[in-house]
Design a protein around this ligand. Structure first.
Ligand SMILES: [Zn+2]
Length: 333
């Protein structure tokens, strides 16, 4: 660790048993000179076995993780756990409480903040990321961080791994994705993903998965069921739990740069497809109307590549550069 963590943890992470408390993330503000943000943390220490990090609320407008992990933490007892669970159901608590992707305090996106910097007093998001990477991950064998599309994307319920051909953990990540058993599993290349929590896990040699369970700023019983079964399946796969139903089949795809569709200009977007559709290269993605020129025919927006539509933007108002869709394509045999 280059610089020590600025976060203190009030609960013992080592002794057998089940405990819950609040990490103290220093935050001096106009209303509280020596204040701190209390980020919830739970630990369940059972018998011999691996240590697993379970995270939710990394992005604040994605609630499958918080709800699923709060429920599982309440249900699971140390007698059932072979190993140790470290649970952060609302990792970026200020963002979760604000229904925002990024922190309302420092504006930071936690999942782009794993940069090895404990931050200054007005940068609580950096402090949280640094604590997870430098204090928690060195204790962990495996991790899962539960995401969805948030307010601005809506996904086919998916789990994902950051991996490429040279990844020593690639086979284990694929096996873990099958154990999670989401309808779709997708692989993202490591390039350009260094500052997320999956990059942090790779740096520490932690076997880690992410998810994109749904989105549009809400949760449904369907997405919550995928989250719950998936986390239990992941823990069973790691040998931490018994008595978990077998996973359903998952379709494994990869996401490449040509799979993204971006808004070429601002306007009102009418989608031609929804997530779950199969499209050919050149297929129509939708139409973009210009509110400044209502009489003008809408601009046609097309998919560059073929594939499975994994997500779409549910908000019709768009600006140039907004992601409208992305695809996944089946892995080459
Ligand atoms: Zn997210």
């Amino acid at each position: 660790m280059t610089r020590p963590s600025r976060v203190s943890c009030p609960i013992d992470l080592e002794a057998p048993g089940k405990r819950f408390g609040h990490l103290r993330v220093p935050h001096s503000s106009n209303r509280s000179a020596y204040g701190w943000i209390g980020v919830p943390i739970g630990v369940i220490v059972g018998g011999a076995g691996p240590t697993v990090y379970l995270g939710g609320g990394n992005h604040g407008d994605e609630y499958e993780g918080p709800i699923t992990l709060l429920r599982l933490f309440q249900e699971l007892e140390p007698e059932r756990v072979r190993g140790r669970l470290i649970v952060l159901p609302m990792t970026n608590l200020p963002a979760v409480l604000a229904y925002q992707r990024c922190s309302p305090i420092d504006g930071a996106n936690l999942n782009r903040t794993f940069v090895g910097d404990p931050g200054l007093d007005h940068e609580p998001t950096k402090a949280i990321a640094h604590f997870v990477e430098e204090v928690l991950f060195p204790r962990c064998d495996a991790a899962i961080d539960l995401h969805s599309g948030g307010r601005t994307l809506d996904y086919v319920p998916s789990a994902l791994a950051r991996t490429g051909p040279d990844d020593p953990l690639r086979a284990r990540k694929l096996a873990a994705l099958r154990a999670f058993g989401a309808p779709v599993s997708y692989l993202v290349p490591p390039v350009g993903n260094d500052n997320g929590i999956l990059g942090a896990a790779d740096r520490k040699g932690v076997l880690a998965l992410g998810t994109e369970l749904g989105g549009a700023g809400t949760v449904t019983p369907t997405t919550l069921a995928v989250a719950r079964r998936g986390v239990l399946g992941f823990l069973a796969h790691l040998g931490v739990l018994d008595g978990v139903p077998e996973p359903g089949p998952t379709r494994v795809v990869e996401v490449r740069p040509e799979h993204y569709v971006w808004a070429p200009r601002a306007g009102l977007f009418e989608p031609a497809v929804v997530q779950g559709a199969e499209v050919e290269a050149g297929a129509l993605a939708g139409w973009l109307f210009d509110p400044d020129e209502p009489e003008r025919a809408p601009l046609e927006v097309r998919f560059e590549a073929a594939g499975l539509v994994l997500c779409r933007r549910p908000i019709p108002m768009v600006e140039r550069g907004d992601c409208l869709f992305h695809l996944g394509a089946d892995l080459a045999a």
